[in-house]
Write a protein that binds this ligand. Sequence first.
Ligand SMILES: [Zn+2]
Length: 173
Amino acid sequence: MRQPGPWSARPSPDLAHEVLAAQGAAKNTVLAAAASLPGPVDGRQHRVGSFSILRSWAGIAARHRLAEGLGVPVVIDNDGNVEALAEARSGAAAGCHDVLHVKVSAGVGAGLVLGGRVDPAAGMAGELGHVTVDPVGRICRCGGRGCVETVAGIPRSSPRSPRPTPVSTGCPR
Ligand SMILES: [Zn+2]
C-alpha cells in the first residue's frame, strides 16, 4: 500500500480519504482500519505520544479522528509493534509467542510481542533509535544527541530502501 502523504501532515479524515482514493477503494467498502505510525503511540490513550518524534501528530487522538472520518472502527499503533505482530502471526516468527522485531530503515525501532500480544502499556520501549550511543555525536531529528539513528539506519535521501531480510525463520522449539 502506498504510504500516506508526508508525515508533516496531521491525522484527518481527508488524509484517510486520500489513502483510499490512491488505492482506488470506495469508503463504503472499508469495514475497519489500522494505522501503523512511525512514532511512539500511547496504547491506552490511542494518541501519538511524543513531541520530539512525529511532531505534527503528537498529542492528537489519531484513532478517534480517523474513526470519525471513516465511520469504522480504527486501531493505531507504532509501526514496530505492528510489524512485530505481523511477523509473529505469519512472518519469520510465525508460531512464536514472544518476539522482538528490530526495524532498521529511515528510522530505527523495535516492536515487542509477549505471549502472542503487543503490550499496550509498552509505551516508548521500542524507541531503540533514540537511545544515546555517542554523547558527543550528531544532533538527531528528535533533538537528542548521538542517538542510534544518527549512526545507523538508511538515509532518508536514499532513492530506494533494500528489501528486508529476516535474520531467522520459525520459532525455536
Ligand atoms: Zn533521537
